[in-house]
Write a new protein. Structure first.
Length: 187
């Protein structure tokens, strides 16, 4: 069985962009640990803005990354009236990506914005056990009252990862995921 998590809208920041938004003396604070080792939801939040449309209280996920990026759902993109719509991309692939205005207490910066491709994190040992390779496309059937099979899931194999399927909020809602859920590989 594979644990399934909903990855809600969030922002990954470089240290440089964080300091612009929050000030040079501010640091990221750990609110709670996430499923992937070293990753955490921070206590700091920002505002995503496009013209007069805003989404407030968007969580920053730590630790700092080399490059900043915003991850939202397609529904978020519609609500923000983003045109063109953000591309569906593997996290950290921000090449050629449109940007969104991110507002902090001290300043604002434009940051690349994507809709994250659904993906399965797993360690090399877990990949070997499941006979999977990095960047492989797989399908997973998510259990529950609204059982649903998701296709085109990208595997992400790293020593830094543990076995969890990440879906965005729209995908989680479609599958009726409330709290913890699980799925199984589909051949």
């Amino acid at each position: 069985m594979i644990s399934v998590e909903i990855s809600a809208r969030h922002v990954h920041l470089s240290k440089k962009d964080f300091k612009k938004l929050f000030g040079k003396n501010k640091n990221l604070t750990v609110l709670r640990r996430l499923s992937q080792p070293e990753e955490f939801a921070s206590g700091e939040k920002v505002i995503l803005a496009n013209a007069d449309k805003k989404i407030k209280k968007v969580r920053i996920t730590g630790p700092f990354r080399e490059n900043s990026q915003v991850e939202i759902s397609l529904t978020d993109a519609y609500n923000l009236k983003l045109e063109p719509l953000p591309e569906i991309k593997v996290s950290e692939d921000i090449s050629g990506t449109g940007k969104i205005l991110v507002k902090g207490p001290n300043s604002s910066v434009k940051i690349p914005c994507i809709i994250a491709q659904r993906h399965l994190h797993l360690s090399p040992e877990e990949a070997k056990k499941l006979k999977l390779k990095n960047n492989q496309k797989i399908s997973v059937k998510v259990m529950g009252k609204r059982e649903l099979t998701f296709h085109n899931i990208i595997t992400r194999v790293s020593e830094d990862y543990r076995l969890f399927l990440h879906l965005d909020t729209d995908e989680g809602n479609a599958a009726g995921i409330l709290g913890k859920s699980s799925g199984e590989l589909v051949e």
